[in-house]
Design a protein around this ligand. Structure first.
Ligand SMILES: NC(=O)c1ccc[n+]([C@@H]2O[C@H](COP(=O)([O-])OP(=O)(O)OC[C@H]3O[C@@H](n4cnc5c(N)ncnc54)[C@H](O)[C@@H]3O)[C@@H](O)[C@H]2O)c1
Length: 334
């Protein structure tokens, strides 16, 4: 198959291309996703930091044309797919210019999509005028087959009604908890209320213990600074079983009850179905989803983007209200 899409990467840092290398089994950067794709060729990249630009070029090929100013990339190159992997505060300005380019069909933007409400409103407004473009926010689990299987299990009702969830994760509620909230909103609908049990502010983010009421389920989340280790785990209890996310999402399980061999009359969650770990190829799945959406093999990209924009608004509100010391934060239905 010929490589039909030309791609450009804006931001050549960790997620842009420095967190993995050609030949690695893991595909967790934008550059690696383009390199392994049989539909895309990376033609250009840009970064204001010349060290990163040089390291990126050494890793991903000297023929990729590089720029230190993204405006020069935009003026000089033709491409159909763009990855925005710069610092969060710069996403909105770059997105705005990319959306105005006729040739650009797919944009994969890192999360968080914006840094504040003003940028969110501006981007929402421009996006509403460019609905012909496919824009994905890289909440990578959303495009991952394993997590997709869990979402299907929830929505099919195969485990009955949801009862509670509990999750623990490292790093801030805004910066890393956004992945947890994205997952919870995908499975259980928008968050309606957050009640703070404990909260510590550090470096512009929140750490503590929170009770969340989602549209279809409620539960608790707790996070820590994660200076010594990373964690991302979740148990979701249903009428007829449990979903378990462990080992940072590498272990996904659907556990169903069966008669206990030890205790007569008791049923234990010993019927364990472990799903294949597709997280190491997360960026390849995001890109494949984007290419499929361009070819109309996926029809829900617009709905997912709308959900992610709405989530971004709730996350910004949560971040700001927690910083203001509020202990109960309600979210309007929008
Ligand atoms: N989806 C995920 O799980 C995930 C994981 C890590 C990072 N991220 C997000 O990805 C983004 C980048 O994170 P990172 O860890 O790769 O950071 P990084 O600092 O390693 O890389 C960002 C790069 O963007 C460059 N840059 C900044 N402004 C620029 C501009 N105007 N033009 C061109 N280049 C510019 C910087 O010089 C830097 O090289 C952030 O928004 C972050 O939140 C998402």
């Amino acid at each position: 198959m010929s490589k039909k899409y030309r791609a450009a990467i804006f931001g050549c840092g960790m997620i842009g291309g420095l967190a993995d290398s050609p030949g690695d089994r893991k595909i967790i950067t934008h550059a690696h996703a383009f390199q392994q794709s049989d539909q895309c060729t990376l033609v250009a990249c840009c970064d204001t930091k010349l060290d990163n630009l040089e390291s990126f070029k050494q890793r991903w090929g000297g023929s990729v044309r590089s720029f230190s100013d993204y405006h020069d990339l935009i003026s000089n190159e033709q491409f159909e797919i763009a990855s925005v992997a710069t610092d969060t505060a710069t996403h909105a300005a770059i997105l705005k210019e990319l959306l105005a380019l006729d040739g650009v069909k797919l944009i994969i933007c890192e999360k968080p999509i914006v840094a504040d409400f003003e940028q969110l409103r501006e981007i929402e407004d421009i996006l509403s005028k460019h609905q012909e473009k496919t824009v994905l926010v890289n909440f990578s689990r959303r495009y991952n087959p394993g997590f997709g299987k869990l979402a299907e299990t929830v929505s099919s009702g195969a485990l009955g009604r949801p009862e509670y969830f509990s999750g623990v994760f490292s790093k801030g509620l805004y910066h890393n908890g956004c992945h947890v909230l994205e997952l919870l909103e995908w499975f259980f609908g928008p968050v309606a209320e957050v009640t703070v049990n404990a909260n510590t502010l550090f470096d512009g983010d929140s750490y503590g213990c929170y009770y969340l009421e989602m549209e279809r389920c409620a539960g608790v989340l707790a996070n820590s600074r994660g200076d010594e280790f990373s964690i991302f785990e979740m148990d979701m209890l249903f009428q007829h079983g449990r979903i378990r996310i462990a080992e940072s999402g590498h272990r996904l399980q659907i556990d169903k009850p069966e008669e206990s061999e030890l205790y007569e009359g008791y049923r234990m969650l010993s019927d364990v179905h472990r799903l294949e770990d597709s997280l190491p190829q997360s960026m390849a799945h995001v890109l494949q989803y984007g290419c499929d959406a361009l070819e109309e093999k996926k029809s829900d990209a617009g709905d997912i983007l709308a959900a992610h924009l709405a989530l971004s608004g709730r996350l910004l509100r949560l971040r700001d209200r927690l910083a203001a010391g509020e202990t109960k934060i309600r979210f309007d239905r929008t």
